[in-house]
Design a protein around this ligand. Structure first.
Ligand code: PMP
Length: 407
């Protein structure tokens, strides 16, 4: 594939070719979930149709072949994130489960009464509530790194907030509302100097820019396959070896043990210690095809494509009278949240849907951020590998029509 032959990319997504008689889809909700290329759909379907077997349980050939493929995806994921070791990759149900795993395993064993977990003002609920539940259980508290009006972290506040009580810093790599790409490596360096571990929520970054967990210097990095052109129901927890090794299991069951007795059980090493039960086998195999697909395009090309679209969209959206965008950080990713004076976001979203344009409307699972922005909800347009300027033109045209109807 050339640097970026967008038409060749789009041709690989059946959802974009349109169902018979259906209007062409203008899909601007990739931050919620991405469309799937044919290779991913085929990898999953072919596995079920021809190669299906369970993993790490069967003596027969099908099971052994499935296990080899499943473990092969773990290696792809290691390479995708540039983790040092393959056993630093744990398969989870997604970002949300990965954060809950860390909060419940690492958090509950490390956090004590009076300790703090530092999050930021732009976090998704997954990276707030998971920690809040554990904090409440152990008597720890959440503290919050603020953002400025452009939607960037106020780093000048970081060192003051990084008291010795802070044991965990949990922050988004890319905001799912503002598009801001946070300076994670800098935050991790300062957090480590203060004795805290760092979890990076990569739900929005992993499919849209190169990610190197060693360069980021984080202890944990989490992401979801379904936002990365892969199947739903699977995601990754990357954990630094030394940290994962010291963590207790959080769910018990098959395949995470060495020996089980009624009095005592001993546990597998990571990653298996954290993968209790039969995993989403076919989804992991589909996820492997998605990682190959993204790597085949090249995440640097993808990032450049989406930055180009973001600049174009920002310019064009400002042609719509009364439209206000939230988040103007330099280098922001392909996510544009906005409101239009005097118009309810839900009305805008519904009227766009009637024109075949799919955007997200709501609080985007970021209610504290909405409060900071002074709104209850926004419209959000977000881009993916298959997005085009024509999609943005359709959005702008659609918004003019919406204004005609609502004003
Ligand atoms: N964090 C961020 C920044 C997100 O955008 C999302 C998905 N909207 C999540 C976490 C949760 O991801 P999932 O629902 O795939 O677990």
């Amino acid at each position: 594939m050339s640097a970026f032959d967008i038409e060749r990319v789009r041709a690989q997504f059946p959802m974009l070719s349109g169902r018979e008689g259906a209007r062409k889809l203008v899909f601007l909700d990739s931050a919620a979930t991405s469309l799937k290329p044919r290779v991913v759909i085929d990898a999953e379907a072919d596995f079920y149709a021809r190669d299906y077997g369970t993993v790490r349980r069967g003596i027969y050939g099908l099971s052994q072949a499935a296990t080899a493929r499943y473990e092969g995806v773990r290696e792809k994921a290691r390479s995708f994130l540039n983790a040092r070791e393959v056993n630093e990759i744990v398969f989870t149900r997604g970002t949300t489960e990965a954060i809950n795993l860390v909060a419940n395993s690492f958090g509950r064993s490390v956090l004590k009464s009076g300790d703090e977990v530092l999050v930021t003002a732009m976090e998704h609920h997954a990276n707030i509530v998971s920690w809040q539940l554990v904090c409440k259980a152990v008597g720890a508290t959440l503290s919050v790194l603020p953002i400025d009006d452009s939607g960037q972290l106020v780093l000048a506040e970081l060192d003051r907030l990084l008291s010795p009580r802070v044991k965990v810093v949990a922050l988004a790599h890319m905001s799912n509302v503002l598009g801001t790409v946070n300076p994670v490596a800098e935050v991790a360096r300062r957090a480590h100097a203060a004795g805290a571990v760092v979890l990076v929520d990569g739900a929005q970054s992993a499919a849209h820019m190169p990610v190197d967990v060693q360069e980021l210097g984080c202890d944990f990095f989490v992401c979801s396959s379904h936002k990365m052109c892969g199947p739903s129901g699977v995601g990754i927890l990357y954990g630094r070896h030394e940290v994962l090794e010291a963590m207790p299991p959080w769910q018990g069951g098959g395949d995470m043990i060495v020996t089980v007795g009624f009095d005592e059980t001993t546990f597998e090493a990571p990653p298996y210690r954290f993968e209790a039960g039969t995993p989403p086998i076919a989804q992991v195999i589909g996820f492997g095809a998605a990682l190959d697909f993204l790597d085949g395009i090249g995440r640097e090309h993808l990032a450049a494509h989406e930055h180009g679209l973001t600049d174009y969209a920002t310019g064009r959206l400002h042609e719509v009278p009364g439209l206000r965008v939230f988040g103007s950080a330099p280098g922001k990713g392909g996510i544009i949240a906005f409101v239009i004076d005097g118009m309810a976001p839900y009305d805008i979203g519904t009227l766009l849907d009637e024109q075949g344009i799919a955007v997200r409307v709501g609080h985007h699972c970021a209610q504290p951020l909405m409060k900071r922005l002074g709104v209850a909800s926004t419209v959000r347009a977000s881009f993916g590998v298959y997005s085009t300027r024509a999609d943005i033109d359709a959005l702008v045209e659609g918004l003019h029509k919406v204004r005609g109807i609502l004003s």
